[in-house]
Design a binder for this molecule. Structure first.
Ligand SMILES: CNCC(=O)c1nnc(C(C)(C)C)o1
Length: 320
């Protein structure tokens, strides 16, 4: 992955596990300047977890950079890949409450919220629920879990662009069940037998990992298809999708009035196959006050050079 556009690697100066209730603990860390502008990074998936390079979108001299792994993934426990995984207490409302609890425990009054893909959906939902907690929004690869978005990526739309990879994705599912892939995968991802849920999780994660970048990125695919990572990622994503994020259709775009006043930048790859530009465009049309940046030579991932340049430009500008 090319990270030339980003700030140099840094290490956290503080970290821990926050008890959020329901038997859950979330892993958090802080890096950069303890007196800097607070920012919280909301990772994708859901279930994707954070990585050290996520710190590098922010100037460490000017930002107090907070990363955390959402419930059930990364270093948060219990991990969604565990045999007794129970996702009843893993919903959008739980994650929004966790973000506020983390903010208060870190003594932060307001913070910039930076989120891509699922992270953009969670950022929109969090900001609409707690607008006074948000100083700015930086959003990438806009995803709001509307049916047309889910059907595009998981029910055959994107198959037109990746017919070869789509064959591998559907191979896990008997032909008579292929008209409702998300539900068919749900039955297998939550089957107690690892011989059933692990191959399904690897196929689910391979489909996404193989299509989030404009050019093939074997490193991303390898990381995403490691068994425990794949099972947690696939289970959490599928759980949120069968529940449409617990939102009504279009709710996040319809709710823009609550956040229209918040300074914001929307960054979207023109050739984003995972969360195609139709949603970013709908958000832009509803929220013209937010700066809208289309990166014409990029796909979905924040690892794309043009996406990284646009995101760093946004965080530098907000740092003043
Ligand atoms: C449908 N999932 C979109 C999303 O949030 C996402 N896309 N790529 C990722 C990873 C970077 C975690 C692979 O997350």
């Amino acid at each position: 992955m090319n990270t030339d556009a980003l700030y140099p690697p840094i290490e956290p100066y503080d970290s821990g596990m926050l008890i959020v209730g329901d038997g859950q603990r979330i892993a958090w860390e802080v890096s950069g300047n303890p007196d800097g502008k607070p920012v919280v990074f909301l990772h994708g998936g859901p279930g994707g977890g954070t990585a050290p390079w996520h710190r590098r979108f922010f100037d460490p001299e000017r930002y107090r950079i907070v990363l955390f792994d959402q419930r059930g993934c990364g270093r948060s426990v219990p991990h969604a890949s565990s045999p007794d995984a129970d996702l009843r207490f893993n919903t959008t409302a739980h994650l929004i409450a966790d973000i506020e609890l983390l903010r208060k425990n870190l003594g932060i009054a307001q913070w910039q919220v930076f989120g891509g893909s699922w992270g953009s959906a969670l950022a929109l939902a969090y900001a609409q629920a707690h607008p006074d907690s948000v100083s700015e929004l930086v959003l990438r690869g806009i995803f709001t879990l509307r049916r047309e978005e889910l059907e595009w990526f998981y029910e055959g739309g994107a198959a037109a662009l990746f017919p070869d990879l789509w064959e591998d994705f559907v191979a896990q599912i008997p032909i008579l069940e292929r008209n409702r892939m998300i539900e068919a995968y749900h039955r297998r991802l939550f089957d107690s037998d690892p011989a059933v849920h692990v191959p399904a999780a690897r196929a689910w994660s391979k489909w996404e990992g193989s299509t989030v970048t404009l050019r093939p990125d074997e490193e991303t695919v390898q990381r995403m298809t490691e068994d425990a990572t794949a099972v947690a990622f696939a289970r959490i994503e599928n759980h949120y999708f069968v529940n449409n994020g617990w939102w009504t259709q279009g709710q996040l775009i319809a709710g823009v009035d609550a956040i229209r006043h918040i300074p914001a930048v929307i960054v979207q790859g023109r050739y984003d196959v995972c969360t195609p530009m139709m949603t970013a465009w709908d958000l832009h049309r509803a929220w013209p006050q937010a700066e809208f940046v289309v990166v014409d030579d990029a796909g979905h991932s924040a690892s794309e050079p043009g996406i990284q340049q646009a995101l760093r430009r946004a965080t530098d500008a907000f740092a003043g």
